[in-house]
Design a protein around this ligand. Sequence first.
Ligand code: ZN
Length: 431
Amino acid sequence: MKVYTLGGYEEVGRNMTALEFKGKVLILDMGVRIDRVMIGEDTNIQAMPIKELDRLGAIPDVTPLKGKKIVGVVVSHGHLDHIGAVSRMARKYKCPVVGRPYPLKLIASMMKEERKKFENPLFELHDSSITLGPFEIEMMPVTHSIPQSSFIIVHTPEGDVLFTGDYKLDEHQILQKPLSFPKLKKLDIRLLIIDSTNVMNEGITPSERVARTMISDYMHMIEDSNAGIVTTTFSSQVERISAIIREAENIGRKPVLIGNSLCKYYGLALEAGIVDTKVQMVRRRDAAMATLKEINANKEKYMILTTGSQGEPEAMLARMTDRKTPFFFEKDDNVVFSASIIPNPLNKASRYKLETKLKMQGANLVKNLHVSGHASREEHRKIIKTLSPEYVLPCHGFPDMLISMAELCNEEGYDVGKHVIVKRNGQSFDI
Ligand SMILES: [Zn+2]
């Protein structure tokens, strides 16, 4: 078996790995690198020519797969750095795309936005497995920061491969049960391909329950206030969005979701039966104006949940701050950031600008009511110890993260270079 490391092996983003057995290839994830797209003039990935995305280094380079038979694309979860290139790149292979229902719904909605014919069948996997060429694929649900994230298990004639995608070991999420360790212990894994994003964080990543409690505590602090409350988080963080909606209701305010991407992710989660609390969702910009006018006149009755946690200039929060909408921040209004800043210079600058403007208008800023969705060092150690795989391939990270994962494996008795394989984009190795 040959393993191709195509994307995410020298960066956080555009994840793509491929397995080849006797000329048949299975692709694991196919993502975009968002920061590269944002540097371009147009941020709409769907509208950008594929050559331009390639030139920017925003999508994986698939040259090593040229002329090979692609039997399928399997996706671990619905974040854009794992599925963002599927609708653009899988078309030419005409192969099935396999995943759990929620990420597939997101892919289907991207295809719709592109308005181009997409002939690839979409296969939803629940507790079942599917065979594509020499590969038998199973999904194993795991906690992360978007619904229906999974470990992908691939049974191959050369042994079993486990691809973690992104994960954290969280015992206290509401929408996703914890990873099943009894099931994990039964596996006999030859190759573990493991997310390295937060491996340099010592200890464990705090549970989603911590974020939930911080939000709840703050909302109760301002329960008696008549001022405005505007919250923002990542649009795909449905678990968090649900928690914020519950807290709004707990303090007697009506939650309103404003912004296209936020409504898209929450709407699809409703459609998939992942959440069941229906809320007012305002997707279109013109409709948002009327809603914001009503809220501005009755701030004490509502809690706004909106897009723009990174300070993106075109997102709703920045537009509200720039007084481009009929909602006006005034002294003692509360702006709650339930998100971290994705650390690239562009985001840092945008957030700085946004926060300064909000403060000038007298708003109270509450930052970092947030926990990460990526496992820290001790969680990775637990997975490596439990599976005790023959080979480990660190993925999803800049070189320092991949090397730190290799060091962790070394602490667990692995020979780096022999049984721990550190690669860069565009390389391959045999097992
Ligand atoms: Zn993710």
